[in-house]
Design a protein around this ligand. Structure first.
Ligand code: TMP
Length: 253
């Protein structure tokens, strides 16, 4: 199986909660296959949603291409060898989740005494520490401040400033993308960054940017079009993925 660049997909390297990562015949690249698996609450709630992998992969790829066209560095390198996969540059992941919020929802309203949907006076960039260290199971992705990120050697001060800047710019660009192309409001999102070894450790956006990693509200109906439908056990958890894919490409799943 090879992608349009003629790079072959080889072995399964890692199977995550929603995506499978494969090695390729070119050691600089990997393939990410978006699956229909869905999970919430750090894997406590699990299921599958038919067509989710295709929708997420199409949306993620389109957004990566759009961000690149505005000079935002990402790991996107082209289509993968299947309809629900993409070719990406291999990166050393930075163990952070970078969250940007426009309105107060989700974990924010559990931490602060603030009304649901409160419009923040400016977009807020927050960090959590992705903790996969089995020696410290008691720490489940804790919020982390910028000075602690540097003190723990997770990223340098300059890299944190860069991630702050890029995340804020991605918020502006994706807010516009989702509003004009998909007629939904971007409430908040999570992105991850990695360093590209073959490019002097330059930092790029990695992983995915999809309805699994954003909160999206339909402008006309006010309905949730993202993973909150599954998280909050709402009717028809596939509805958002299907509607967004149809609006983007016309495809029906
Ligand atoms: P939160 O309100 O649960 O902190 O989530 C904020 C945003 O980040 C929301 O769009 C969902 C996204 N997110 C992920 O994609 N993965 C995660 O593991 C977490 C905690 C949040």
């Amino acid at each position: 199986m090879s992608n349009p660049k003629g790079i072959m997909r080889l072995e399964l390297l890692h199977s995550g909660k929603a995506n499978d990562v494969y090695t390729t015949s070119d050691p600089r690249y990997l393939e990410i296959e978006a699956s229909d698996r869905v999970s919430a609450g750090n894997g406590e709630k699990k299921s599958t949603i038919a067509g989710k992998g295709l929708a997420n992969s199409r949306i993620s790829s389109d957004i990566f291409k759009y961000l690149e066209s505005y000079g935002i560095p990402t790991h996107y390198a082209g289509n993968g060898s299947t309809p629900s996969s993409m070719l990406v540059k291999k990166a050393d992941m930075i163990e952070l989740e970078v969250i940007c919020r426009n309105k107060a929802l989700g974990s924010f309203t559990k931490r602060y005494p603030c009304a649901t949907n409160y419009v923040l006076s400016q977009p807020l960039v927050e960090y959590t520490y992705k903790n996969d260290n089995k020696d410290f199971p008691q720490y489940s992705d804790p919020p982390i401040d910028r000075k602690t990120i540097v003190a723990l050697g997770i990223a340098s001060e300059l890299e944190v400033q860069f991630m702050d800047f890029i995340t804020t710019r991605v918020n502006e660009l994706m807010t516009d993308y989702y509003a004009t192309r998909l007629q939904v409001q971007l409430v908040d999102f999570k992105i991850e960054f990695g360093r590209i070894p073959s490019s002097h450790g330059n930092i790029v956006i990695c992983d995915e940017v999809s309805p699994d990693t954003c909160r999206l509200i339909d402008f006309s109906t006010g309905e949730s079009f993202d993973k909150d439908r599954f998280r909050n056990s709402m009717d028809d958890p596939s509805m958002g993925y299907r509607t967004l894919l149809k609006r983007l490409t016309g495809e029906v799943i």
